[in-house]
Design a protein around this ligand. Structure first.
Ligand code: ADA
Length: 568
C-alpha cells in the first residue's frame, strides 16, 4: 500500500504498479469473447495507477476496459492482492479464473489466493467506469467521469496464519490512555497451529497471548495496554503512536493518535477545547493525473492548505488516498471524510432504491474500516445535497447514520444540506453542514443572513437547535487571470468579493463553528454533448477554486489567507 510508513517487516509485499497491457471494450464483447483467457492482441500499454481519460484518444471514454500484468511466485504461496482504488466496477481474474469483484471506486479491497502454485501468473482486471442512477456517484456528478485503476495494486505473501485486521480503540482519562487492540487472524493452513501474538508501541509491550487456531478458521482476540503520560494528537500537534502486531510469522503496523472529539453547548470540542474550523473542500484531482493523484502533489497541496491558514479540509466527495490522510495525520490537519453521494438532488427515486442504499452502506463500511485509525478524521459525512425535505431522504439518513454509529462512536456524524430551511433530517446528526451559494446561484451574498435565520427557526422546530453549524460549501467561479476594474461574473474580483463578504457574515455568527470554501482548486467537469448538465462550466471546469487546476493562486486565495490568518 502507498502509505507514509511501512506496514510490514515480516510479510513480503511488492507493488504491481507499472506498465500494464490495456484494451478498451466499448461494445462489451470481452465477456463473451473471454478476454480473461485470451487477452486481445490489439492492446496498448497504460501505467498503473492512472486514469485512462488522461491518455490521447481516451478523453471521453466511459465504459469497460481490460488490464493485464504478470507476477511470479518462486514457490507455492498464499497471496493477497490489494487494490487501493478502481473506478468503479472491477472484476479480477488470475490465470483465467474469476477470483472476485468489487463496486466502488474510492475504497480498497483485497482478494486472497491460498496455496497458489509456483510459477508465472497472469492477472487480468476488467474495469467498468459506467455509472447510472443507482451508482455512487450517480451518472450526474459535478466532476469528471474518470475511469481506471487509480491507485496502487499490491501483492502480499501470506503465511498460513495471517493477520486479517486490526482495530485500535482507546479511552483517555487524565494522562493515561487505556488501549485495546482487536486482532483478527485467519488460517489458510491445512493443519491446526499454535502461535504467539503480541503487540508493541514505542518500546512498550502489551499483553501477549498464545493462541490455538484451527485449520482454515478465523480467530479474534484482544490485547490490552496502558500508556502513561501519553501525548495528545491535536491541530498543529501531530503526536502519533505506531503499533506493531506480531502473530507467528506475520506482522502488521498501523498508526493512530489519541484525542477526543465531542459536541457540547453548540461547540465542537477537540481534546475538550472549542474548535473554530477554517478550511476548504478538496477533490483529489488534477488535469494531468485525474484521480490518480501523485504523492508529490499531495505534499504540495498540504503545504498550500497550511499557507492559507486552514486547520481542516473536506474530502469532497469521496474517500481520498490513504497517503493523503497519513500526511494530514502527520501535520495535525483535520479531515471530513464522506462517500460519493452526488446527483440525488433532483429526484427521490435514487434515494428509495434498495440497491443504491446497499451500495452506500457498503461504502460507508469500507471507508470506516479503512480509515478508523486516522486521528485527523473528526467527521464522517453521510451524504451530500440529497433532497433532505423528503421521507426517502429521512429513511436513507436513518440507515446511513446507524451504520456509521454502529462502527464508530468516537467521531461526529455530519452531512451537507442544500435545504437547510426545510430539512427534516437535522436531529440525526451531531453537526450540520450547509451548502449555499448566495452571490452565485441565488441572489446576493446578503441572502445568507435570511437563510441562516430560517435555518435556525427550522432547527428549533425540529428540536435540533443548538447543533453546531459549519458552512460546508459556498463560493463563486472566477476564471484564473480574468481580472479588471469591476467585479464582473466569472472574474477573479467577483469571486474574491463573494468569498470575502460571505466569510465576514459567517465569522460574525457565533452559531457557526466553521467554514469550508468551495473549492480548493478548479476541477475538470464532464460537459460532453450527450450530457446536458453543467453547460455553464466555462473551460469545462468548475472554476470555483481559490487556485486554478495547476495550483496557481487567484485573488480570492490571497484574501482568504489574510482572513484565515487573522483573529475572528
Ligand atoms: C454543490 C456540490 C459541489 C459542487 C458545487 C457547485 O454544492 O456539492 O460538488 O458541484 O455545488 O460548484 O455548484
Amino acid at each position: 500500500m502507498i502509505r507514509t510508513f511501512q506496514q510490514h517487516q515480516l510479510r513480503r509485499t511488492r507493488l504491481l504498479d507499472g506498465l500494464w497491457d490495456f484494451a478498451t471494450d466499448p461494445n462489451n464483447v470481452g465477456l463473451t469473447e473471454q478476454w480473461h483467457t485470451q487477452f486481445p492482441s490489439a492492446s496498448r500499454k497504460l501505467v498503473v495507477p492512472s486514469c485512462w481519460n488522461n491518455e490521447l484518444g481516451l478523453y471521453e471514454y466511459i465504459g469497460a476496459a481490460w488490464y493485464r500484468t504478470y507476477f511470479d511466485t518462486t514457490q507455492e504461496t498464499n497471496l493477497r492482492l490489494c487494490f487501493e482504488g478502481i473506478l468503479h466496477q472491477a472484476d479480477v481474474y488470475v490465470d483465467g479464473q474469476h477470483i472476485g469483484g468489487h463496486f466502488g471506486g474510492y475504497t480498497q479491497f483485497s482478494l486472497v489466493l491460498p496455496h497458489l502454485a509456483q510459477g508465472k501468473h497472469e492477472l487480468i482486471i476488467r474495469v467498468d467506469s459506467t455509472l447510472d442512477w443507482q451508482t455512487l456517484p450517480t451518472d450526474v456528478a459535478d466532476w469528471y467521469s474518470y475511469g481506471g485503476i487509480i491507485r496502487s495494486v499490491e501483492l502480499q505473501e501470506l503465511p498460513d496464519v495471517y493477520i486479517d485486521s486490526l482495530q485500535i480503540d482507546y479511552t483517555l482519562s487524565g494522562d493515561i490512555a487505556e488501549v485495546q487492540l482487536q486482532v483478527q487472524l485467519q488460517s489458510l493452513g491445512l493443519s491446526d497451529q499454535s502461535l504467539v501474538v503480541n503487540a508493541a508501541t514505542e518500546g512498550q509491550t502489551f499483553s501477549e497471548a498464545t493462541i490455538h487456531i484451527a485449520a482454515g478458521q478465523s480467530y479474534g482476540l484482544s490485547l490490552h495496554g496502558t500508556i502513561a503520560n501519553f501525548r495528545r494528537w491535536d491541530v498543529g500537534h501531530p503526536e502519533l503512536y505506531t503499533f506493531t502486531i506480531r502473530a507467528g510469522e506475520d506482522d502488521l503496523t498501523d498508526r493512530t493518535g489519541f484525542r477526543t472529539v465531542e459536541v457540547s453547548s453548540g461547540q465542537i470540542l477537540l481534546n475538550g477545547s472549542p474548535l473554530y474550523l477554517q478550511g476548504v473542500n478538496r477533490h483529489e484531482e488534477h488535469p494531468e493525473w485525474g484521480f490518480a493523484f501523485p504523492p508529490k502533489l499531495m505534499l504540495k497541496d498540504l503545504a498550500i492548505l497550511q499557507d492559507m491558514g486552514c486547520n481542516i479540509v473536506r474530502g469532497s466527495h469521496y474517500p481520498q488516498s490513504q497517503f493523503w490522510i497519513d500526511l494530514l495525520d502527520e501535520h495535525g490537519m483535520l479531515l471530513w471524510s464522506e462517500i460519493p453521494m452526488w446527483g440525488c438532488f433532483m429526484s427521490t427515486e435514487t434515494l428509495a432504491s434498495p440497491l443504491f442504499t446497499e451500495r452506500g452502506v457498503h461504502m460507508l463500511g469500507e471507508m470506516i474500516s479503512r480509515d478508523y485509525h486516522h486521528p485527523s478524521i473528526i467527521f464522517w459525512g453521510a451524504h451530500n445535497e440529497i433532497d433532505t425535505r423528503t421521507q426517502e431522504a429521512l429513511e436513507l439518513t436513518k440507515t446511513f447514520v446507524s451504520k456509521i454509529r454502529s462502527m464508530d462512536a468516537s467521531r461526529l456524524v455530519t452531512y451537507a444540506t442544500m435545504h437547510p430551511q426545510e430539512d427534516i433530517v437535522l436531529s440525526y446528526f451531531d453537526v450540520i453542514g450547509i451548502n449555499k451559494y448566495y452571490g452565485w446561484y441565488e441572489g446576493s451574498v446578503d441572502g445568507f443572513r435570511d437563510m441562516l435565520q430560517d435555518y435556525y427557526t427550522n432547527a428549533e422546530s425540529q428540536g435540533a437547535a443548538g447543533k453546531p453549524v459549519i458552512m460546508s460549501e459556498f463560493g463563486a467561479a472566477g476564471i484564473f487571470g480574468d481580472a479588471g476594474w469591476e467585479p464582473r461574473l466569472f472574474s477573479e474580483d467577483y469571486q474574491a468579493d463573494v468569498v470575502q463578504q460571505a466569510l465576514q457574515i459567517f465569522r460574525a455568527d457565533p452559531r457557526i463553528v466553521g467554514t469550508l470554501i468551495w473549492h480548493f482548486a478548479d476541477i475538470r467537469v464532464d460537459v460532453r454533448s450527450d450530457r446536458p448538465y453543467f453547460r455553464d462550466r466555462a473551460r469545462s471546469f468548475n472554476n470555483k477554486g481559490l487556485l486554478n487546476e495547476y495550483r496557481k493562486p487567484k485573488l480570492a486565495y490571497r484574501l482568504v489567507k489574510e482572513i484565515y490568518r487573522s483573529e475572528r
